[in-house]
Design a protein around this ligand. Structure first.
Ligand code: FE
Ligand code: FE
Ligand code: ZN
Length: 278
């Protein structure tokens, strides 16, 4: 399976993990992403050992690549509101505990929005929670997602990600998930200068920290600092750039996740087929 591209959609686990696996498998995907809990809610459903067992068997039988868990958007470690940060700490701790029971070792989260207190203070808050919750013994790699920089978002630059990782007490379990829509909106020109962007990432963060890619086209122009995903090829990034990304010697071994706006899974199926054909 050396040359297999790992690609899969964002799925729902509302009907369980095995159902999410089946949905991904049915469209020719060999990985998938899922929200750890309702993105707006707090309570996560109890894990069903039978469901997880069935997932494990499926992943092995179909040679799936690494799955990606995504934290809820309501988890904002950087908020100036203490209650919001306490909630984020609780959710993060509970998610990491649950991850130990899942056949999934990658956990992605949005670093957060500083909600007016400034990015330096926001970064302090993120680092505090990461250091309070993460442990050397954990088996999960926690990924900071690159963000577009809308509003007061942190993670709009590789410098900000490096600042967080640089102060972590458990750096061996930290990595980055690069979202193509977000970085392009943030002002990293992956269309005309992919190698330059990767060199910059390597210099500031280290390419060995890059563990996953979110493949999304963008409805808005380069450097817009907006976050509007588009179907692959239908936005400002375009198919030529996605071909370069999934075939790039420094990227092609990574798992690729689609968060493109689709009416149903057949849209993802078409995107995956096209990516595999490159
Ligand atoms: Fe995300
Ligand atoms: Fe994303
Ligand atoms: Zn986004």
């Amino acid at each position: 399976m050396e040359n297999t591209l790992w690609a899969g959609p964002h799925t729902s686990i509302a009907k369980g993990f095995k159902a999410a696996f089946d949905a991904a498998d049915k469209i020719g995907a060999n990985t998938f992403q899922f929200f750890t809990r309702n993105p707006r809610g707090k309570k996560a459903r109890a894990l069903d050992p039978k469901d997880i067992g069935a997932l494990r068997l499926g992943l092995e039988a179909k040679h799936f690549g690494p799955l990606l868990a995504h934290a809820p958007y309501t988890m904002n470690m950087a908020s100036k509101t203490e209650k919001t940060r306490d909630f984020a700490r609780e959710v993060f701790a509970d998610d990491l505990k649950r991850m130990e029971a899942l056949p999934c070792s990658l956990y992605n989260f949005h670093p957060g929005s500083h909600t007016g207190q400034g990015s330096e203070k926001g970064i302090d808050e993120i680092v505090e929670i990461l250091n309070a919750v993460m442990a050397h013994e954990q088996t999960t790699t926690v990924l900071l997602e690159t963000m577009s920089g809308k509003g007061t978002e942190i993670g709009r630059s590789f410098e900000e990600l490096a600042a967080i990782i640089g102060r972590a007490e458990v750096p061996e379990h930290l990595g980055v998930c690069l979202d193509t829509c977000h970085v392009y909106s943030a002002g990293y020109d992956i269309v005309h200068d992919l190698d330059g962007v990767l060199a910059e990432f390597d210099r500031l963060v280290g390419l060995e920290r890059l563990k996953a890619i979110h493949l999304n086209d963008s409805k808005t122009p380069f450097g817009s600092h907006k976050d509007r995903h588009e179907k692959l090829g239908a936005g400002s990034i375009g198919w030529a750039a996605f071909e370069k990304i999934v075939t790039h010697p420094k990227l092609r071994h990574l798992p690729f996740f689609l968060e493109t706006p689709q009416e149903d899974y057949s849209g993802y199926e078409a995107e995956i087929q096209k990516l595999r054909a490159f």
